[in-house]
Design a protein around this ligand. Sequence first.
Ligand SMILES: [Zn+2]
Length: 116
Amino acid sequence: MLKFCSECHEEKSVSEFCKDRSRKDQLSYCCKTCKSDRNTAYRAANQETEKTRQALYYEANQNKVRGRCANYRAANPEIARIRQKICDKAYRKANPGKINAKTALRRARKLQATPK
Ligand SMILES: [Zn+2]
């Protein structure tokens, strides 16, 4: 079955449309691709609003989000390791002072612990 997308003006399969219970045919007026583009444009145009919304959601659902992330990491250990590596690298690049201070502290501790 086909449906007309009122954004891109193309006829597409109904599987290309999101569900929308408020509509007569229970399908969104625009296709998934158009909806995705529309959402991306909205997020780009309203970055501050989105940041605030996400922060509020995280605050209200911290345990839920943390649990979901932990489940993802447990299910995808390889991807999680790679992501962590990328984050660590970015942190090291962004905070050389903190890294150097930590390294100096560790070396000092090690020197005191080593008998001469
Ligand atoms: Zn479309």
